[in-house]
Design a protein around this ligand. Structure first.
Ligand code: AMP
Length: 381
């Protein structure tokens, strides 16, 4: 297994902020970066050496891209499998297409989790309204109906509180396949971001506590306040998931922690994850550098947390009253501003984040939230 060394070119399928931060880490280590997506002047493209803007269905363009790099990785898991297969004929693809195949479809992912004995909320496959009626009986109320494919940040999810709500929820699927899940009355949500090297080496970033707002991650705090036993169990499950999937690279395992102290896996993301953004500023090796090391076949770096940290997302909503007051946020000396180079600030769109470092996780959370509030206090119109 020959390592892909600095000076080589790495390819990223997808061109959002995850690719951008990956590209920053890669360029810092002397790699060149090519990115491929249907768009131009993208968050990743702005820092990459070369940006290919073609549809994923344009397999000739995908081949040209793959020929230009030593390894292809992802920053987004919903890349069509034909594109991944075309790339795999010409370059290493890490993680493999089969990891993507499992995780880009909720039903396949849940079936994988269930088959391998990983704890998750009860679920049923829904193709028809009759399926939904049966599924509601099986998993109980309340429940959440989600589209089986291509959903993220709560898109394509409907909560069902009574049987009467079933037809409307089914209608919201708009003919797509669905998965009905029991609604989990969780105490909190946590995640484990972890990495697996080409030789099977495993490293993790511990347990992070996540708060969502309108189904979108709002705040991550590290380390999470959970019992030692729970933290060990979360890491054990994450490791087993990465090994069972045979991942090369970073993967995030998101969990619900129930009021009874049980961990249920909610979702897998086979790439760096929003709940690991703080590692850019707070850890010896960021999740982005770790992804690079893993896919290039290098030894993994230390995941040591140098300081408790909190990350607050900056959504497009913050721009509603005009450009946020960046100077006000910069007045917080232990807060780092990350912006993704997106020009259009749409509601709910992830535009950037703030990471705060402090003596305790609570203080870090307070600082991140205070800095974000300061962005809005005196908007520059
Ligand atoms: P997802 O896109 O499936 O990760 O869902 C986004 C967010 O919606 C989660 O992080 C939870 O806050 C909430 N959510 C999703 N599924 C459930 C569920 N079965 N029970 C309770 N909350 C859920």
């Amino acid at each position: 297994m020959k390592a892909i060394l600095p000076g080589s070119t790495v390819g990223v399928l997808g061109s959002g902020q995850l690719g951008r931060m990956f590209a920053i880490a890669a360029r810092r280590m002397g790699y060149r970066v090519h990115t491929f997506s249907p768009d131009a002047d993208t968050p990743t493209g702005q820092v990459a050496d070369k940006e290919y803007d073609h549809e994923y269905e344009d397999l000739d363009a995908v081949r040209e891209f793959a020929r230009s790099v030593s390894v292809v990785t992802f920053e987004f898991e919903n890349v069509p499998s034909a594109a991944v297969e075309a790339a795999a004929q010409l370059a290493h693809v890490r993680p493999s297409g089969s990891v993507l195949h499992t995780t880009q479809h909720r039903l396949r992912e849940k079936t994988f989790l269930q088959t391998h004995g990983f704890p998750c909320a009860p679920f049923r496959h829904v193709r028809t309204l009759e399926d939904l009626t049966g599924a509601l009986e099986a998993v109980g109320l309340p429940a959440v109906l989600k589209t089986a494919g291509f959903g993220y940040d709560g898109k394509g999810q409907t909560r069902i509180n009574s049987n009467e709500e079933a037809p409307a929820a089914f209608g919201a699927l708009r003919g797509q396949e669905g998965v009905l899940e029991a609604f989990v009355d969780f105490e909190r949500e946590v995640s484990v971001v972890a990495a697996r090297g080409l030789d099977g080496e495993f490293k993790h970033y511990g347990v992070v506590e996540n708060t969502h707002s309108r189904h979108i991650l709002d705040l991550s705090v590290a380390p999470a306040y959970v019992e030692e036993r729970t933290a060990r169990e979360a890491v054990r499950i994450a490791r087993a998931v990465l090994e069972e999937l045979d991942v090369v690279g970073v993967t995030c395992v998101e969990f619900f922690l129930t009021r009874e102290g049980r961990l249920l896996v909610n979702e897998l993301a086979p790439r760096p994850h929003n709940s690991g953004h703080f590692t850019f500023d707070a850890n010896v090796t960021s999740q982005f550098e770790q992804q690079l090391r893993a896919v290039c076949g290098l030894p993994l770096g230390s995941t040591e947390l140098l300081s408790p940290a909190a990350m607050a997302n900056l959504l497009g909503d913050l721009w509603a009253e005009g450009e946020p007051d960046w100077r006000a946020a910069a007045a917080f000396p232990n807060v780092k501003l990350h912006l993704y180079g997106k020009t259009e600030a749409r509601k709910g769109r992830k535009m950037g984040h703030l990471t705060a470092l402090a003596a305790t996780p609570e203080e870090a959370a307070r600082a991140a939230l205070a800095a974000r509030a300061a962005l809005m206090r005196s908007p520059v119109l």
